[in-house]
Design a protein around this ligand. Structure first.
Ligand code: UTP
Length: 314
């Protein structure tokens, strides 16, 4: 394959959302409830992500699910009994809320069988995707609706072809929790105030901090070419015995395919992480028109009464 850019003949229209992971960081809540359904204010984290896919024009969605994830299918299905009850009460507001999750996108499901890693989860989408580029959105990673990361990534893929990954500068202290990338020094486009685009030259999953090629971490958005499927099939289990998507993407880089990284400068929440989950709930609740006016003043008082760092609570 040539290292020249290969503009994609067709724009992506489909997206894949892997939701088959075990959510061990959020136990015991995730024993029976998938972490992707934990509520962020009043809707499951996953609903924000499906809404983002629909907004970006990739609203034909395949969810890769697993055992104990049946409630995810239920959430995106109709609920005739509930709808009839709300209709009888004339409760249009709640009826609209119930319809939101079914109307937002066209959602399909496939099962992963065994949670053998993100690469393996994406491989289950091969028949659905066919021979087109497609988006991957991780089911526990919320990008603020005001930040248009996925749209920008789709535009970069349409211009350069190949694969596009979302990057975040997480600093040296955090990089060992992520896939880390090496990038070319000269940026392809963008300015320091917005999201910059770099050509990716290497990547490694969860490296020790002193071996990380940079502090740029791969976060939960990808736009991938169909060539990623044979690359995943050729990828042996890597870190943690899982088939890593990062390893398959490295193969594409080594084959000379253009792989670009968009360095995200907006707001992102990893709702599979307890601390980030709390931040997402508080921030999104404060900004809500219906809750913010009551929650904001309460939160200000609460914070003002917090004991100083190191002091024990009253
Ligand atoms: P994570 O690594 O965050 O998911 O994968 P996890 O394994 O559930 O998390 P912890 O560390 O045990 O808490 C990112 C996304 O990929 C999906 C997850 O559901 C999550 O949305 N995933 C991961 C799969 O679909 N299949 C897998 O085999 C692994």
């Amino acid at each position: 394959m040539s290292s020249e850019s290969v503009p994609s003949p067709r724009p992506a229209t489909k997206s894949v959302i892997p939701v088959a992971g075990m959510g061990t960081r959020f136990l015991p809540a995730t024993k029976a409830v998938p972490k992707e359904l934990l509520p962020v204010v009043d809707r499951p984290a996953l609903q924000y992500i499906v809404e983002e896919a629909a907004r970006a024009g990739v609203g034909e969605v395949l969810m890769v699910t697993g055992r104990n994830k049946g409630s995810i299918e239920d959430h995106f299905d109709r609920t005739p009994e509930l709808e009839t009850a709300l209709e009888a009460k004339g409760d249009q507001g709640r009826l609209d809320a119930v319809h939101e999750s079914t109307d937002v996108a066209q959602v399909f499901f496939v099962r992963q069988g065994e949670a053998k890693g993100l690469g393996h989860a994406v491989l289950q989408a091969e028949a659905f995707v066919g021979d087109e580029p497609f988006a991957v959105l991780l089911g526990d990673d919320i990008i603020d609706a005001r930040d248009h990361l996925l749209e920008q990534m789709l535009a970069v893929q349409a211009e350069h072809g190949g694969a596009v990954i979302a990057l975040l500068d997480v600093g040296a202290d955090n990089i060992s929790k992520y896939g880390a990338v090496a990038v070319e020094e000269a940026k392809v486009s963008g300015d320091a105030a917005g999201d910059e685009v770099f050509r990716v030259t290497g990547m490694v999953e969860k490296p020790p901090a002193d071996e990380a090629p940079s502090t740029l971490a791969i976060i939960g958005r990808y736009v991938l070419p169909p060539e990623v499927f044979p690359a995943i099939r050729d990828t042996p289990p890597g870190r943690g015995g899982e088939i890593q998507l990062t390893d398959a993407l490295l193969k594409l880089v080594e084959d000379g395919m253009p792989v670009h990284g968009v360095v995200f400068s907006g707001r992102r929440y990893d709702t599979g992480d307890k601390l980030d989950y709390l931040k997402a709930v508080v921030r999104l609740a404060v900004e809500r028109e219906d809750l913010g006016p009551a929650f904001g003043p309460w939160l200000r008082d609460f914070v003002a009464d917090l004991p100083a760092e190191g002091a024990s609570p009253a």
